[in-house]
Design a protein around this ligand. Sequence first.
Ligand SMILES: [Zn+2]
Length: 76
Amino acid sequence: MSRKDQKIYCNCCGKMICLLSEKDRTSFLTVEKEWGYFSDKKDGRIHRMDICESCYEKMVEKFVIPPEEKQVTEFV
Ligand SMILES: [Zn+2]
């Protein structure tokens, strides 16, 4: 559980990312995955994790294929 005391913690490095109330103004990755019928072992479970931006950068560096990147056009 990476959220407690109204704070969000990075699942990867354990550092506090931000207060829960600041989450819309903070850059971090939240992954929520419902493992369904086609999963081998996690059938019917939901996993959620919060990853801070620096851990995200480190994680992506290890990818063989980098994430697809697009420019957000609404802000241009
Ligand atoms: Zn982290």
